[in-house]
Design a protein around this ligand. Structure first.
Ligand code: ARG
Length: 421
């Protein structure tokens, strides 16, 4: 393929080679983005500023990542701790929206990408870059999320996505890395899977995961204890919410980042949050992911329980449709779509009353609601046990209700019966 062909633009925001002078590279420190760091300097004769974003990836050493970027020729390398912003502006709204895609995926990657891309825009502007480079392939949702964000927030910036264009396989990339003195992690630290993780969860893709009939191999679970190895003693945790946001764990108040980390740790110990998921990607493919989502697997059901308790039947019926729409927009990379803000206004309004405490019992992979308490519960134990109704409820009134409630159904049934008969 000639250079000209490789760089043929298919979208207005993609950079032509001549336009690329100074690139903001979203740098993780992994193989793809390390090869990119060199390749961009060679291919475009451009300067590279490396940006690494801490969204709470467990076990990452950001000094090492930064050092590697400088060693590979970055003119500058920045590490940004965005955990608070991620928790407050992305995970908290997701909790209020009970955000789950495809019945199982709590959207941690989908929530992280718009923030990563927004920070890329901020730092590209700060460093006078003309172009943002990311390491997404052409097969996933992440390219959609990142490029949609850049094109929305910074129409003046261009994008390059070398991994999508260069068509190097993993072996070629490793060869390129060797040739150019790029250190490659080896031995035990080298994971065969493609990993993405942050405070809200972790995904593994690739290798046997692509074979749908292949049951999960043990080595994929780097975070969550396998349920069969989890403690024999169950543990019940009390999660307190204020206005839809978790604020305390077992009565101890904490900030959201600390709470997410603590809950994840407890969930990991009890084998909670393993998801084996086939997903409909926005770019058409179906993909299988192994997710480890210990915090989400405890906090989302707890929140949903409290929300149902404090809402009426009408609110509860209505909200699940909006929750679904919210999750789909976010999954599909349209974080900046105004509809999401409109939906958030509704979510906030409902969550005004979502205050109280839920007890979650954790045992060998399961997380189950066992207790609930809320000053706003639309619940009266006296009504439920049919004792005194305080004038709100009369059992004698029920038959009249049933006659009217079923009226249209009965008429339609009788009509059909007579027509068929
Ligand atoms: N399938 C999930 C999603 O589309 C997870 C993607 C993980 N990303 C990655 N680059 N490994 O949100």
């Amino acid at each position: 393929m000639t250079d000209a062909a490789r760089h043929t633009r298919t979208a207005s925001y993609l950079a032509e080679p001549g336009e690329v002078q100074r690139v903001l590279l979203l740098y993780s420190g992994g193989l793809d983005t390390s090869v990119m760091l060199k390749w961009i300097q060679d291919e475009y004769e451009a300067e590279v500023v490396a940006l690494t974003i801490n969204l709470g990836q467990p076990g990452e050493d950001y000094d090492v990542v930064k050092g590697k970027a400088m060693q590979l020729g970055a003119v500058e390398a920045e590490v940004v701790d965005a955990r608070d912003e991620f928790a407050r502006d992305f995970i908290a709204p997701a909790i209020k929206a009970n955000a789950i895609y495809g019945l199982a995926y709590p959207l941690f990657t989908a929530l992280g990408r718009p923030l990563i891309a927004k920070l890329a825009v901020d730092y590209a502007r700060k460093h006078g870059c003309d172009t943002i480079a990311h390491g997404c392939t052409g097969k996933g949702n992440d390219q959609v999320r990142i490029e949609a964000t850049v094109a929305t927030l910074a129409p003046e910036l261009k994008v390059i996505a070398p991994v999508r264009g260069w068509q190097m396989g993993r072996e070629e990339e490793i060869a390129y890395a060797r040739q150019h003195g790029i250190p490659i992690k080896g031995g035990a630290e080298q994971t065969p899977y493609s990993i993405d993780d942050n405070l809200w969860g972790r995904s593994s893709e690739g290798k046997w995961i692509e074979h749908l009939d292949h049951a999960p191999e043990d080595d994929v679970f780097q975070l969550v204890t396998r349920p069969e190895l989890a403690p024999d003693e169950p543990q019940t945790v009390q999660i307190s919410f204020e206005r839809g946001i978790p604020v305390a764990l077992d009565g101890i108040p904490m900030g959201l980042v600390a709470l997410l980390e603590h809950v994840a740790e407890i969930g990991c110990r009890h084998g909670v949050g393993i998801v084996d998921h086939i997903e409909d990607r926005i770019v058409g493919l179906k993909v299988r992911d192994i997710y480890e989502v210990p915090a989400a697997a405890i906090l989302l059901p707890a929140h949903a329980e409290l929300e149902r308790l404090t809402g009426t039947i009408h609110q509860n019926q209505f909200k699940s449709g909006l929750d679904h729409q919210w999750a789909y927009l976010v999954y599909a990379g349209l974080w900046w779509e105004p509809l999401r803000e409109n939906l958030d206004a509704y979510m906030d309004s409902v969550n005004e009353r979502v205050t109280g405490t839920i007890g979650m019992k954790l045992y060998k992979g399961a997380a189950r609601v066992v207790t609930r308490s809320s000053p706003n519960a639309v619940y009266d134990a006296a009504l439920a046990t049919f004792e005194t109704s305080g004038g709100l409820f009369s059992q004698q009134a029920s038959p009249g209700f049933i006659e009217l409630w079923s009226l249209q159904s009965r008429m339609a049934h009788r009509l059909r019966a007579s027509q068929e008969g």
